[in-house]
Design a protein around this ligand. Structure first.
Ligand SMILES: Nc1nc2c(ncn2[C@@H]2O[C@H](COP(=O)(O)OP(=O)(O)OP(=O)(O)O)[C@@H](O)[C@H]2O)c(=O)[nH]1
Ligand SMILES: [Mg+2]
Length: 320
């Protein structure tokens, strides 16, 4: 069974195109507390679903790159896990990963949840961001949930006050990452703060995430939506390869392994009569078929990786 390879020629095509004068480019990290809408915003800015989105805080576990190419600029976004109090080795590692991204980017996009209110967690993050010399654009997200509109005012004032700890935000932009309201303006603001420079990626490339990782993430997203309580945090999904079926060229095989932390979590993930697993797998397969433009055969196996969130060896094996 052969793994589908990246089309390198297609990815590199266009890299030599002349770059117009005044072209801007750079890396922009999306940072914020968990659940503020960073991944939703990434998907909207890039115009494709690259990062999974769920109502459960602590969804994103990798620094996911998404590229948006325009004639006059190229914006390379890095979605990051929400920064939260570390409770396990996993969350400690995720926080380190987030901080590592701050150093290597041209611009920080600090995403807050205006509907939940700008709070202590945001203040903590703003103080932490003060240790970098990188400009920070603040986003007040979820404006669609703030009614009446006047209720935005105190949140924007609070955000402005937080900016004082880092010498002022480069800009503050209210948006709805879900409806797309004002995201165009945010994009213009981000471009204005990027340095001049050539394209970093070919025009057609929107992500560098391997197909198997995207597939594993989609399965995890669908599982999170069918299980509840603390179980979403105990789920990790791995896919070794996305490969054409040896018998049928038009069929892609995705073998997903679902890892839980304890034996007692298996029945929760599987559900009565397999109902949870079946619902999640069907939803994942349908989405993968659209994403890959091919028929998908998705198999799922649930395994126990005992206390994986606290075990360095298992974390490595699961890709964290
Ligand atoms: N109403 C509304 N909901 C939003 C908006 N942006 C995000 N959401 C919802 O907020 C929840 C969290 O969104 P994510 O994009 O996963 O948030 P995140 O910041 O990436 O979360 P972590 O990866 O856990 O840090 C999801 O249920 C989204 O649908 C918005 O502008 N309006
Ligand atoms: Mg996320």
């Amino acid at each position: 069974m052969e793994e589908r390879e990246l089309d390198v020629a297609a990815i590199l095509a266009g890299l030599d195109d002349p770059v117009p004068e005044g072209h801007r480019s750079g890396m922009i990290a999306l940072v914020g507390r968990p659940n503020t809408g960073k991944s939703t915003l990434l998907n909207h800015l890039v115009g494709a679903k690259i990062a999974i989105v769920t109502p459960v805080p602590g969804t994103t576990r990798n620094a996911i790159r998404g590229v948006h190419t325009r004639d006059d600029a190229q914006l390379v976004f890095l979605d990051t896990p929400g920064l939260a109090k570390p409770r396990t080795l996993l969350t400690r590692r995720l926080n380190e990963l987030v901080r590592d991204t701050w150093a290597g980017v041209d611009l920080l996009c600090f995403v807050t949840d205006a509907a939940a209110g700008i709070g202590q967690g945001d203040a903590y993050l703003a103080r932490e961001l003060a240790s970098t010399s990188t400009p920070v654009v603040a986003v007040a997200n979820k404006v669609d949930l703030v009614r009446p509109k006047e209720r935005m005012l105190p949140e924007l004032v609070r955000l402005e006050e937080l900016g004082a700890s880092l010498g002022g935000f480069a800009d503050i932009v209210p948006v709805s990452a879900m409806t797309g309201d004002n995201v165009d303006r945010l994009e213009e603001v981000l471009v204005a703060h990027l340095p001049e420079g050539p394209r970093l990626f070919a025009a057609g490339q929107v992500s560098d995430q391997p197909e198997r990782q995207l597939a594993a993430e989609i399965v995890r997203e669908k599982l999170i939506s069918v299980v509840s309580d603390e179980v979403p945090h105990s789920i990790a999904v791995t896919v070794d390869e996305v490969a054409a079926d040896p018998e049928r060229e038009d069929l892609l095989r995705v073998d997903a392994v679902i890892h839980v932390e304890r034996e007692s979590q298996k029945p929760i993930v599987i559900g009565r009569g397999g109902a949870h697993l079946k619902a999640a797998a069907t939803a994942a397969r349908e989405e993968l078929e659209v994403l890959f433009g091919a028929k998908v055969y998705l198999s799922t196996h649930v395994r126990v990786a005992k206390e994986w969130q606290r075990d360095p060896k298992q974390l490595g094996r699961l890709g964290y």
